[in-house]
Design a protein around this ligand. Structure first.
Ligand SMILES: [Zn+2]
Ligand SMILES: [Zn+2]
Ligand SMILES: [Zn+2]
Length: 168
């Protein structure tokens, strides 16, 4: 059973375009900001972009090895740190895994505070913005003098496709 077609909004879409757009934006951002998108950083991002799923560090290492990168784990971890630091990827704490940012055009705004919907069955992760007019935690925080450094919302459940399968 493959869930490759389920993605951002748990919907079918042209994922090649999705992947290419994200890579292009990452390259553009790195050259604009004089960041070095080294081959290994690039490869790790590519691995993360293959599917809209959270991938554990161990799987990433395995895929790097298969792709001919015989790097030591610290090199891969540093590449992941770089991608997370520059918001090309996010860490899903609940799964202790990583996911490529699904809103690359949005991810470098000051208030990129993603919310994740995580399917507990297929690990598909959909990313949305957590800021809504009704609930803006940054405003609430401001009024209390709290300085938010990072907001991460993780919701766990069943995606549409997995829910359909469960009904059978
Ligand atoms: Zn996609
Ligand atoms: Zn994001
Ligand atoms: Zn699912």
């Amino acid at each position: 059973m493959t869930n490759k077609l389920i993605s951002i909004a748990f919907e079918k879409h042209n994922h090649n375009e999705c992947l290419k757009k994200a890579m292009d934006l990452a390259e553009e951002y790195c050259s604009d900001h004089r960041l070095n998108l080294t081959p290994i950083r690039r490869k790790v991002l590519e691995i993360l972009l293959q599917e809209h799923r959270a991938i554990g560090a161990y799987t990433i290492l395995e895929q790097l090895r298969k792709a001919g990168y015989s790097s030591q784990p610290p090199v891969a971890y540093r590449a992941l740190d770089f991608l997370v630091e520059h918001r090309f990827a996010h860490k899903i704490e609940r799964l202790n895994a990583f996911v490529a940012c699904a809103l690359p055009g949005d991810s470098h705004c000051d208030n990129h505070s993603p919310a994740f919907m995580i399917c507990r069955q297929c690990d598909t992760v959909a990313e949305t913005r957590s800021v809504s007019p009704d609930f803006d935690i940054s405003k609430i925080a401001q009024s209390t003098g709290f300085k938010i450094e990072q907001t991460v919302i993780e919701a766990e459940g069943l995606c549409n496709s997995c829910a359909e399968i469960e009904k059978l």
